[in-house]
Design a binder for this molecule. Structure first.
Ligand SMILES: *Cc1c(COP(=O)(O)O)cnc(C)c1O
Length: 366
């Protein structure tokens, strides 16, 4: 069987190093806000190319805290609008509505699957304060035009980098392209911890210090509370593990790119559409999405042939019960993607023979 994600095998690649890191933390007797967090924050900021990295408890918190920080700074207020792709994981949208901000959903393009930058200006209103892009599936969602739009209107450009660790644009990494960015280290991400973890990266020193306080009960000084904060901290165990994994991220992403090149070369079933191929350095293939009109049948066929797959995602945010006021809206491209998308095995432990199996199953689907 070819697994979609074999975390046991992925972890085993550097198992001894992880165990040594975890043991070091256990022996230290220090589990929060210590040397391991400081080391990882420094190393990750350096890797992304920003001045600051604030480690937090998970990706949703990172997204939430980023806009909450802007609110505390007086740069955003209740009812302001944030432009965001209609096709994203629910966390991106939740982080906006949980801040009492209004997500303005913009369609993606069908070939790239990322927000359609040509449609952004049409979504601007006097309440627009920012654009949140999502580098979905590890594909770059930024281009120079987007940067110019945000600059021209004075919008905050925010990035959801939960799926794009290591992805870049003209030599600048995602996480450093805009004003601030949120990262998730959920175990299945390209850079995954052994539990929940996340981070914010930014060059904005004021935002960084507000977020650091908000994530620590709103406190900058022990037992003195400036903001109505929350508890969103990264365990020292996770920081230690992530610091090990970060060393291998580029190497792991390269393996994903090689597997993707193989898929692009050999998948040739006319019933299946592959997303437009973009320069490898700009795609870290968190997932390898394919589109098929008879997606559910294809998924069943692959399952019978021993290939695990997953749909990212079956129901768009605007059709979810939690946003029932939006259920009547129509975003046809987003809906089409949700009806046709299937993610096939894509990670650093998919072997050559696995890849041959995946391709042959895909190509024999009729
Ligand atoms: C995983 C993910 C998140 C949320 O991260 P968590 O760490 O699970 O909270 C946010 N946005 C996107 C696009 C994701 O894929």
């Amino acid at each position: 069987m070819v697994k979609l994600l074999d975390l046991q095998a992925i972890t085993a690649m550097h198992g001894d190093e992880y165990k040594a890191a975890v043991n070091r933390v256990i022996d230290s007797g220090w589990f929060l806000q210590g040397n391991e967090n400081e080391k990882f924050e420094g190393d990750y900021a350096k890797y992304i190319g920003t001045e600051h990295c604030i480690a937090v408890a998970n990706g949703l918190d990172a997204l939430y805290l980023l806009m909450r920080g802007y609110k505390e700074m007086g740069l955003m207020q209740d009812g302001d609008e944030i432009i965001v792709p209609a096709n994203t994981y629910i966390a991106t949208i939740l982080s906006i509505t949980k801040n009492n901000l209004v997500p303005v959903l913009v369609e993606p393009t069908l070939d790239h699957l990322e927000i359609d930058i040509d449609k952004i200006e049409g979504a601007i209103t006097p309440k627009t304060k920012g654009v949140m892009i999502v580098h979905l599936y590890g594909r770059i969602a930024y281009n120079d035009k987007l940067g110019e739009i945000c600059k021209k209107h004075g919008f905050k450009l925010m990035e959801d980098c939960a799926q794009s660790h290591g992805c870049g644009w003209k030599g600048v990494k995602t996480g450093a392209l805009g004003d601030a960015a949120a990262h998730s280290f959920y175990p299945g991400k390209n850079l995954g911890a052994f539990g929940d973890a996340g981070a914010v990266t930014t060059n904005d020193s004021e935002l960084a210090s507000v977020i650091r306080a908000l994530a620590n009960y709103g406190s900058q000084k022990k037992y003195v509370f400036k903001y109505v904060g929350m508890n969103s901290r990264m365990s020292e165990l996770d920081a230690a593990v992530l610091d090990v994994k970060l060393k291998y991220l580029d190497e792991d992403n390269k393996k994903r790119q090689e597997l993707a090149a193989y898929y692009y070369k050999h998948i040739n079933n006319p019933l299946i559409t592959l997303p437009a191929r973009i320069l490898d350095e700009n795609n870290v293939y968190h997932q390898f999405p394919i589109l098929c009109e008879r997606r559910d049948e294809l998924q069943e066929y692959l399952k019978e042939n021993g290939i695990q797959t997953l749909i990212h995602y079956p129901i768009p945010s605007h059709k979810q019960e939690c946003y029932k006021d939006w259920n009547e809206r129509s975003y046809p491209i987003t809906e089409k993607i949700h009806n046709q998308e299937l993610s096939i095995p894509m990670n650093q432990v998919v072997s050559e023979s696995d890849a041959v199996e995946v391709v042959s199953a895909l190509n024999t689907f009729r």
